[in-house]
Ligand binder design. Structure first.
Ligand SMILES: [Zn+2]
Length: 340
């Protein structure tokens, strides 16, 4: 059996807005890498003389290589599109006809069962599978869409979410390691004065920390958010529904249930795969590579337990056409729902 099936997508020249973002990221990456190597190697670190210095260089280079591979994979891997035509399971011909006639209107109830109810995309002229949303930038519905990221000029979804997370993870670890190392150099030079470092080198080190620190904090914040979302099996788009349901459960003093959450351990394997040797490698898990991306297990329960009423449907509107701080998406405004 083939290990992974990575669907490649075309990356056009840098004349368009999205690929300009990639150019910016790569430029910053090369800039920081150049200074990083300078700080770690050319600085009188004397890494070749000590075991810990050598180990430091090996670990840092490994992280940089894994980050670059993850970044490339998240750019070229298509997140996955629904089959065309896609017909929701259990939809009878009569229900299908009623749906196409537009007889059903969106319900004023926002529930977790909604992802399993038929939704239609006017742009793709196709039904949306559960957890799929339309991405304006890709002009396609995307399986288990998380968000669109301009820095990879791609949508993060079913097939490339793992490599995107690893990119963010390795970027966080690498930058943290870099800042720690440079701060150590500054302290050695300015405070302890155990090394004889030229003042210009110290100035550049301080400048480098000033640039890297905000970038590091932003990336670590994204990494932390993604990490906990993975443990709860909740995408960024579904975060609005998740928050609304959690608030409603708190008000009504009842246990909070997220229907895709089967516990951190299972959610972890659902995201990273069962082969623990591949967890930290930028490769697609087998079940994702060969999975359809349209079928998801969910925790059974009654609709009352899994639902929250929103009088004006505002949350539904945000869910179907809103935006997040880390990306954008656009769904069809026609959110007709069939109650099966
Ligand atoms: Zn679509």
């Amino acid at each position: 059996m083939k290990k992974t099936t990575v669907q490649q997508r075309q990356v056009c020249c840098c004349c368009c807005r999205g690929d300009m973002c990639i150019v910016v990221v790569v430029s910053v990456y090369i800039f920081l890498s150049f200074i990083s190597y300078w700080a770690l190697v050319v600085f009188p670190w004397r890494w070749w003389e000590t075991f810990w210095g050598l180990l430091n260089i090996i670990i840092f280079n490994t992280i940089v290589a894994l980050m670059a591979k993850s970044y490339y994979a998240s750019i070229v891997t298509f997140p996955g599109a629904p089959p065309h035509p896609y017909k929701p399971p259990h939809l009878s011909p009569a229900q299908l006809a009623e749906f196409m006639d537009g007889k059903y209107k969106p319900r004023k109830i926002f529930n977790q069962i909604a992802p399993f109810e038929p939704r239609w995309c006017d742009v793709c002229d196709n039904f949306k599978p559960p957890r799929a949303h339309h991405c304006k930038e890709l002009s396609s519905c995307v399986l288990k869409m998380d968000h669109y990221c301009p820095f990879i000029n791609n949508c993060v979804g079913y097939r490339n979410h793992k490599v995107f997370f690893l990119f963010v993870f390795y970027a966080s670890v690498g930058l943290l390691m870099l800042i720690t190392t440079i701060l150590f150099r500054i302290i050695s030079d300015v405070v302890v004065k155990i090394d004889s470092v030229h003042p210009i080198e110290t100035l550049i080190a301080v400048f480098h920390v000033a640039i890297s620190l905000p970038i590091t904090l932003c990336i670590m914040s994204l990494c932390t958010h993604q990490f906990f979302s993975i443990l709860e099996d909740c995408t960024s788009i579904e975060g609005y529904l998740y928050d609304a349901l959690k608030k409603d459960s708190r008000i009504k003093k009842r246990p909070f249930v997220w229907i895709f959450d089967f516990g951190a351990a299972r959610n972890w394997e659902e995201f990273f795969g069962t082969n623990r040797w591949e967890w930290l490698l930028p490769v697609m898990p087998d079940h994702i590579a060969h999975g359809s991306g349209v079928e998801f297990d969910y925790v059974p329960g009654d609709e009352e337990e899994h639902s929250v009423v929103v009088g004006d449907g505002v949350v539904v509107d945000r869910m179907e056409g809103g935006s997040t701080g880390s990306g954008r998406w656009q769904d069809s405004e026609d959110t007709r729902v069939v109650v099966l």
